[in-house]
Design a protein around this ligand. Structure first.
Ligand code: URA
Ligand code: ZN
Length: 362
């Protein structure tokens, strides 16, 4: 049996240099009250001066950039192959004129990291989305020739106006043409106001547990409503965190579309592909949802042949010292095992066979 982790991040050395050179979010730095510990500050609002410097962002060590640690983590958790991706916020923040060269540098860096561990590492590439669309299209074409690249990871902002922006059409067309899957991953969460005035008493729970999945759900629903999949029938998207809440909310989304007078008046309720159709033909889901309940919704919505194991390493490490097996990983393994108690082949498909087939890893 082959186990493949399709949701696992790195910040390659070229990206670490970039983060260390910056003083506004996203950045990596040490603070005077803890000079021996670097902190990774990436999420919007994380460097609010009211937060003590030792609890801003999260500690960052070699597990984020040293590929030997990724391999050790894989070995400790019986993972044969990892499809690594740059972690958020990718290159979204770069000035337009720097993005193309940065993407080429980082993608080459990641491809050569994979080459050091043939058979064990593949990767999703990164797109220079702050650059003009033609620069992005050129990188998609270049990525299709890199040996270990199997798609692209993007956030929800697109070229700055979200994934329902018609300016993305040449990019969607190129991804379709070069058969590159999009790994869609959240970063921005929801506006800070929804977390309320006591938000900083609750650590990262509200933005990570709820902001991230809702951000993904809204981004995909906007793609659906704008007809992206009516124009690009073969555009494939792998959704992080088992689709955010899309599998659970798909029925409500469809019902709201059917009952919307504005859409009806504009002829948009008929002749369109439904969310159920897209969930079963264009969407793939990871199995990073930590419970059988969420996984059950993902299986029902997209099918066990479209679901792939992931860990989100190096995020969500155990808080205890000296623990080699991560709770977060075991929770995902346990949910898969419980969901397929009567179907060992279904379990093996989700753990690895689906990824080998869908991402052509063999
Ligand atoms: N936190 C992040 O910022 N990114 C992840 O992928 C997971 C947790
Ligand atoms: Zn992730």
């Amino acid at each position: 049996m082959t186990v493949v982790d399709i949701h696992t991040h790195v910040y390659p050395p070229t990206f670490m240099e970039l983060l260390r050179s910056r003083t506004t979010v996203p950045y990596v730095r040490t603070f005077p009250d803890a000079p021996d510990s670097s902190r990774l500050i990436i999420l919007p609002g994380e460097d609010d001066p009211s937060t003590p410097s030792t609890s801003r962002g999260r500690p960052i060590g070699p597990e984020y950039y040293d590929i030997a640690q990724k391999i050790a983590f894989m070995d400790a958790h019986k993972i044969d192959i990892s499809v690594i991706s740059l972690a958020n916020p990718w290159l979204d923040f770069l000035p337009a004129e720097e993005a193309g060269a940065a993407a080429r540098r980082i993608n080459d860096d990641v491809d050569s990291i994979c080459a050091q561990h043939p058979g064990r590492l593949y990767a999703f590439g990164t797109l220079p989305l702050s650059a003009p669309a033609e620069v992005v299209v050129e990188e998609i074409e270049r990525l299709s020739k890199l040996k270990y690249i199997r798609g692209v990871i993007i956030g929800t902002s697109g070229l700055g106006n979200g994934l329902d922006d018609p300016a993305l059409d040449p990019i969607y067309a190129a991804l379709e043409k070069y058969e590159q899957i999009i790994f869609l991953h959240p970063h921005y969460g929801l506006p800070a106001s929804v977390y309320g005035p006591r938000a900083n008493e609750y650590g990262h729970v509200l933005p990570l547990a709820l902001g991230f999945p809702l951000e993904t759900t809204i981004a995909v629903t906007r793609m659906l409503l704008s007809g992206v999949w009516d124009r690009f029938h073969n555009l494939n998207v792998l959704l992080a965190h088992s689709g955010g809440t899309l599998p659970f909310l798909a029925g409500r989304i469809e019902s709201c579309i059917k009952h919307d007078g504005h859409l009806k008046n504009h002829g948009k309720t008929e002749g369109r592909r439904t969310v159920w159709d897209i969930l079963k033909s264009n969407i793939y889901l990871d199995a990073v949802i930590y419970s059988e309940v969420g996984l059950g919704a993902a299986i029902q919505a997209s099918g066990s042949d479209r679901l792939m194991f992931g860990t989100d390493h190096p995020f969500f490490p155990p808080l205890e010292e000296d623990v080699t097996e991560w709770h977060s990983v075991n929770a995902n393994y346990a949910a898969i095992s419980a969901s397929f108690a009567d179907s060992p082949t279904g379990e093996q498909d989700v753990l690895g066979n689906n990824a080998v087939r869908i991402l052509k890893l063999a």
